[in-house]
Design a protein around this ligand. Sequence first.
Ligand SMILES: [Zn+2]
Ligand SMILES: [Zn+2]
Length: 446
Amino acid sequence: MTVFVQDINGNPLMPTERCGMVRRRIKEGKMSIVSYEPFTVRLTYDNGKNYVQECTLGIDSGTSHIGLSVTTEKNELFSAEAEVRTREVKDKLKERKENRRHRRCKNRRYRQVRFNNRTHSKKAGWLPPTVWQNINTYTLLIKRVSSILPVSKIIFEVADFDTQKMCNPDISGEEYQHGQMEDHLNTREFVLWRDNYTCAICNKNAFTDKVKMHSHHIIWKTNGGSDRPDNQVCVCEKCHNKIHKNKAHLPENLNIKARTALKLRDAGLMNSIKWQAVREIRKTFPDIPVKVTYGYKTKSVRYEHNIEKSHANDAYVISGNINAIHSDRIYLYRQNRRHNRQLQDFAPRSRRDKDGKFKMSRKERKKRGYVIKRCKEIKEIYGFTKRSLVKYNNKLFTITGLRATGNFSLRNTKDKTESIDSVSHKELKLIRKQYKSLYIENVKKR
Ligand SMILES: [Zn+2]
Ligand SMILES: [Zn+2]
């Protein structure tokens, strides 16, 4: 196990593998524990000169997963994968919009209609919130890593996606100027032509059977489906109605095709992020040189050395020290949101009865001028915080919902599909409190 070491001022030193020595030093009071995950200690005395080696941080960029790896020539010191919430941002902004609309007409604090005042989106260099979220996550992760390791160089992989090549691997030269929809008025027209004006379910033809044809989104737009032709299919009017009533289903191979079309969306996002991210990292860490590498280079090196594909391994390859010995554990980061946007009726305890319910109706409360405002999110209750690591039935869980009643929702840290809706705090054993929104949820042994 690698123990990360800081000097008396909190500057990172080289890590150590000598756990026995660290244990003795802690007992003697020469070291103090800074954090348990990753295990970091700080010297309590001034050790004079600090000797550090060249450490390179490799970053594998991505919209949902980020890989991190710090290597010296001989060893890999730190390896991590982060699951970030870039995709969630879009949904949350939609939710906010709905909440605001709701507040204009419902029994809530009045929210003024806003229009024609979105100056921020007119400024030069404006980027969508999802992009900013992604970029800020990079800088946050680098900050975390450089607080435990003396990072002297950053290598950042910018993904260069060729969206046309992803659809058609044999494309070259002039073909790039002739997209698949050339000579067609719109996507619907193209989709019908491509599918021979034949329904994908009942095989009826528009001309021979005289039926009306529709273009249907295989992954619905409400589920994040794209407008690309790969996500659309020609169906007749009757079958289309059935699909939307869940009475008919498309063949499975069409669904697979539509899902691959979804990947292009991430590619487009990464293409727009890349240089802005590099600029932002350079600005935030002026002392550390930032180098850029490309996805295809990483891929070829990975094939050459026969390394398995994973975000952590990609980052290891990006860091450039291909002969370094792998670290024995991978830290799995997870990112969660800090606040929610729910509004709640606020009334002091004296206005409530024994069960916590209001003594008077909402109408009455409003008449008397009780405030309705954003309720402060509960940060800590009975010694538990949101995202704390707890033990329940001899299994490890994270708290996903913290309630004032003391009954919490849990999610299994290893098997993420297992979740429990409501467990009393009396049945839980606290392993580690969690305060940060980006935190280590699990440790994978290599
Ligand atoms: Zn049909
Ligand atoms: Zn449809």
